[in-house]
Ligand binder design. Structure first.
Ligand code: 5GP
Ligand code: ZN
Length: 113
């Protein structure tokens, strides 16, 4: 499958990994928008939030456990951070493999786009 994040999972494209287990990979965004900008992705290919269903939602629940763990490790849990998942055309999703952005380390813009 021609999917950038599947290639990162397969090790065909390098990444700056911050966390990995059997279900999930997290790595630094190549174009950080904040001092902490990490992407958390499932190892199974799910296209977007719109493709989450009862068959695959367990990995999404696990991703949120991982997000909380990473936020503590990156020391943004106390001051706060943002979790974003862009979906589809209007959501400006550029990579069609489900991913959650963790943004922190600075005061973020209050607008939601
Ligand atoms: P989206 O716009 O789909 O919500 O987010 C995709 C994100 O992936 C962007 O923030 C972009 O900077 C990041 N990205 C795109 N290509 C790569 C890559 O090859 N490596 C890493 N680490 N991040 C990437
Ligand atoms: Zn993929």
């Amino acid at each position: 499958m021609d999917c950038l994040f599947c290639k990162i999972i397969a090790g065909e494209i390098p990444c700056d990994k911050v966390y990995e287990d059997e279900q999930v990979l997290a790595f630094k965004d190549i174009n950080p928008l904040a001092p902490v900008h990490i992407l958390v992705i499932p190892k199974i290919h799910i296209e977007s939030v719109a493709a989450v269903d009862s068959e695959n939602s367990a990995v999404v629940a696990h991703i949120f456990e991982v997000i909380a763990k990473i936020a503590k490790e990156q020391d943004v849990d106390k001051d706060g951070f943002r979790v974003v998942s862009n979906c589809g055309e209007n959501g400006c999703q550029s990579v069609k493999h489900l991913h959650f952005h963790i943004l922190g380390g600075r005061r973020l813009d209050a607008t939601m786009g």
